[in-house]
Design a protein around this ligand. Structure first.
Ligand code: SF4
Ligand code: SF4
Length: 340
């Protein structure tokens, strides 16, 4: 594995060179938030943001995406697919939890049976340059769900802040190529030691991991529990917890247009909306908040494990931070874990 030392005063020059060859997305300000968006200059990067408002999933699975357009002239119908992706992209400054979430999305959108070309075409041209979390937030719980503040799964290149420099580790052939020929020094033993120390310090800041196996087992018997009534009494059904979750991948498809032109559009959707499961007959298998809040937790912490052997949560804490009525997922999981 290639490990190099990039002095902090050289990091913007490195990024500037990448911007010459790639479309680069990074945590940057937009309106009043720090979100993952395309940047045009290194100075736009917000380095100290661990949890962006929109997760990087937006780059490969956009909030709104035109799948194809159509025009009809006389009797001739012309379709234009929007699936092609020309230029390679770099996601700069991806946190380990968000990279882990992209691996979960890969397992959904890219299976041996079904390849979603709108997703996979973007994903195949997307390289991840991650960065470790020296100071996890009070809302982070990645170690409870198989992650960690310096976990490198899914990354092509990984940066660790070691004080006056970054330790840059190339984890794939793509990552190696990104570092190649840039004139960076080889990492020293002291650099590797500083990286280990940063990881240990970060791990100590995180809460003791919860057992997902116990939570899954308890959920097996909670279909009819009054627990869901308690949550739904507070939940507004706004959907923030799912729409901005880096793992959630539900979408809706709508046709917009007239008889002569228009487009088919895919939009993020959420199981927290009543219309999500409303059938054309008028029947709704999840008619109330009780069924919807139950679905959110059952899917992430039970069905997902059964179907994909993965927890449907990476512990980023976005839903904890952003729920307008302070429903705290960590607290719910602790209650489920402690249930008799
Ligand atoms: S963010 Fe909070 S209020 Fe909104 S749907 Fe999720 S749990 Fe309910
Ligand atoms: S469920 Fe909440 S904590 Fe887990 S990945 Fe989604 S937003 Fe993050």
């Amino acid at each position: 594995m290639t490990k190099k030392r990039i002095a902090k005063e050289h990091i913007n020059a490195f990024l500037a060179r990448l911007l010459e060859d790639y479309i680069v997305y990074a945590p940057a300000e937009e309106a009043n938030y720090v979100t993952f968006r395309q940047i045009t200059a290194p100075e736009e990067v917000v380095w100290d943001c661990l949890v962006t408002r929109k997760p990087p999933k937006d780059v490969v699975f956009p909030q709104t995406e035109t799948l194809f357009t159509y025009t009809k002239d006389a009797d001739v119908l012309r379709l234009q697919s929007m699936e092609a992706v020309e230029k390679e992209r770099i996601l700069w400054g991806v946190r380990p939890c968000d990279a882990q979430a992209m691996l979960i999305q890969d397992a959904v959108f890219d299976t041996p049976e079904d390849r979603d070309v709108y997703y996979t075409n973007k994903r195949e041209k997307t390289w991840l340059i991650g960065i470790g979390c020296n100071q996890p937030l009070s809302t982070c719980f990645c170690t409870s769900v198989g992650g960690g503040p310096f976990k490198k799964d899914g990354m092509d290149l990984f940066l660790t802040d070691i004080g006056e420099a970054y330790l840059a580790e190339a984890l794939t052939a793509k990552g190696k190529r990104l570092l190649h020929g840039r004139g960076f020094r080889r990492a020293t033993k002291a650099d590797l030691k500083a990286s280990d120390a940063a990881e240990q310090t970060a791990l100590q800041r995180l809460p003791a991991p919860m057992s997902m196996d116990i939570i899954k087992q308890h959920l097996d018997g909670m279909m009819d529990s009054p627990f869901w009534d308690e949550i739904q009494a507070t939940c507004l059904g706004c959907g923030i917890c799912t729409l901005l979750c880096p793992v959630c991948y539900c979408f809706d498809i709508v046709d917009e247009g007239t008889t002569t032109c228009g487009q088919r559009v895919r939009n993020w959707d959420t199981c927290q909306y009543s219309i999500y499961t409303l059938e054309a007959s008028g029947h709704n298998p999840r008619p109330g908040g009780r069924q919807r809040v139950r679905q959110r937790l059952m899917h992430k912490f039970n069905y997902h494990l059964v179907n994909q052997n993965l927890v449907g949560c990476v512990g980023c804490g976005r839903c904890v931070q952003l729920c307008p009525v302070n429903i705290d997922l960590r607290q719910l999981l602790a209650e489920i874990g402690a249930a008799e």
